[in-house]
Design a protein around this ligand. Structure first.
Ligand code: NAP
Length: 488
């Protein structure tokens, strides 16, 4: 399948060096690493491979710029964010194509992600001008309390490959709004979107040193010394629970503020009274957004025994009708998985579930071709001992499990160390609220399969994370509260 004529021009147009103190620089030892197109398995280009010294130079630049950046006015920072918002929309076509090339998602979904990413800038432009404070009379009357909000200081921002632009703007937006400088390290699989964003931020008027970007293969080797340096005041991480736990340990040494957006194992519950068409639509959204490579992806789909056969039939029909192929091709709805390891993991999880008695309603195999494609799959009768009931599938596989009553399904849904999001489909309002309250998750979608929204507080409980991104509280993660006591 053709990738279209302008692909090489789009890739050629992106800077591939490190962005430090407002300048593009090579890695000090000149090293680079390849970015691979998951639709073909072939390298797209090479980008700079930062050394620990390069990481330190970026953090030094952020630390040096902190004072002057914090002194910019909220209105100035809001203007920067709105200018970047406008540029993201102006360049949406080329940015979407770039994202598809490095990450695999269909271009239509990549466009959706650029628009979603831009919304974080618009949202936090507003929040920048609403940073609040307080004035209070001491209970004894002998003093006044002034409550001020100040930027926490230089931040380390680490993002995953599955949403290469939005996971970055979700952190950079509030950091800029609060007046924090930062060093961002995107995932090694998808550095190009973040490098393109650095150019946009510069055009938008973000001053040198305020946002820096290092791309690296040895993430731990570059980041750990920065965490331990004492120069950073905060780490905001989105990625796996395994890496998040390691970083929390490292952050303890200097008592860094942390925000952790970690893994998920979302239950999706369909009660017998749900509108089945709506529930199937919701499943398609919660399962197939990003080919299932999302922390919010429906990972365990519990369907009431009275409707599971009909639900399974309708869902399998929808999944079987999806067009799989390179994300740049017209009409493709399901792109490749990110790499070979991801494909093998999905294959192993499906074969484990089938070995334990699950039945394949559609799909169930790799889709073939030169990239990392897996067929949209529906399994039914997936037992709780199957590996996929406790591990993130991160692929286009919908596992259905029957249930009989409400208490049983709540217990099953909560039987996981994760607690990011849950989905509930029912037309009974009382039940919807009862179940939503009983689920141990940071977010619940009621009769909807997508909860992500820049204006809402996104985040998890249990081992899915700490803190919230987006919403009115998203900026709090980047602000300290200072109390000034005034004698009267
Ligand atoms: P990952 O392996 O944890 O990597 C995430 C980021 O951490 C990457 O930039 C990675 O760099 C970096 N990293 C890896 N080891 C590191 C270390 N020792 N020190 C510092 N940084 C390190 O996760 P992933 O496989 O890319 O992403 C998928 C995971 O992210 C899933 O678990 C998913 O649920 C989660 N996620 C959560 C949310 C949320 O909001 N809760 C959103 C999206 C994704 P390299 O690429 O160079 O290894």
């Amino acid at each position: 399948m053709s990738e279209g004529p302008d692909v090489s021009a789009i890739v050629a147009g992106v800077e591939k060096r490190l962005f430090v103190d407002g300048k593009w620089v090579d890695a000090t030892d000149g090293r680079t690493f390849d970015v691979v197109n998951p639709a073909t398995g072939a390298p797209l280009c090479a980008v700079a491979d930062a050394s620990p010294a390069d990481g330190r130079a970026a953090l030094d630049a952020a630390a040096a710029a902190q004072r002057s950046f914090a002194a910019t006015t909220p209105a100035e920072r809001a203007d920067m964010l709105m200018a970047a918002f406008a540029l993201l929309h102006e360049r949406i076509d080329e940015l979407a194509l770039l994202m598809t090339l490095e990450m695999g998602k269909p271009v239509a979904e990549a466009r959706g992600e650029i628009a979603y990413a831009a919304e974080f800038f618009r949202h936090f432009a507003g929040e920048a001008t609403r940073i609040d404070g307080g004035y209070q009379r001491a209970p004894s009357g002998s003093a006044r309390f002034l409550i001020a909000r100040q930027p926490v200081g230089p931040c380390l921002l680490i993002t995953p490959w599955n949403f290469p632009m939005a996971m970055g703007t979700r952190k950079i937006g509030p950091a800029i709004a609060a007046g924090c400088t930062s060093v961002i390290k995107p995932a090694h699989q998808t550095p190009l979107s973040m490098l393109a964003l650095m150019g946009i931020l510069t055009e938008a008027g973000v001053p040198p040193g305020a946002v820096n970007c290092v791309t690296a293969m040895d993430a731990g080797g570059v980041i750990e010394p920065l965490i331990r340096s004492g120069l950073a005041r905060k780490l905001s991480f989105t990625g796996s629970t395994r890496v998040g736990k390691m970083l929390l340990e490292q952050c303890a040494e200097k008592v860094l503020r942390t925000s952790m957006e970690l893994g998920g194992n979302a239950p999706f519950i369909v009660f017998g009274d749900a509108d089945l068409d709506e529930a199937v639509e919701g499943t398609m959204a919660a399962k197939m957004r990003n080919m299932g490579e999302a922390c919010t992806a429906a990972n365990r789909i519990y369907v009431h025994e009275s409707v599971i056969d009909e639900f399974g039939r309708r869902l399998a029909e929808r999944m079987a009708g999806l067009r799989v192929g390179p994300g740049v091709a017209d009409g493709v709805q399901v792109g490749p998985l990110i790499d070979d390891a991801a494909l093998h993991k999905v294959e192993a999880l499906v074969s484990d579930a089938v070995g334990r008695g699950a039945r394949v309603l559609t799909g169930g195999t790799a889709a073939g071709g030169e990239g990392y494609f897996y067929s949209p799959t529906v399994l039914t009768g997936v037992p709780s001992e199957a590996r996929m009931a406790s591990e993130e599938i991160f692929g286009p596989v919908a596992p259905l499990t029957p249930f009989t009553d409400e208490d049983e399904v709540i217990a099953a849904a909560n039987d996981t160390e994760y607690g990011l999001v849950a989905y509930v489909f029912t037309n009974d309002l009382r039940r919807a609220l009862r179940v939503a309250e009983a689920l141990e998750t940071g977010m619940v979608g009621l009769n909807q399969g997508v909860v992500s929204n820049p204006a809402a507080p996104f985040g998890g409980v249990k081992e899915s994370g700490l803190g919230r991104e987006g919403g009115a509280v998203g900026i709090d993660e980047f602000l300290e509260t200072k109390y000034i006591g005034v004698a009267m």
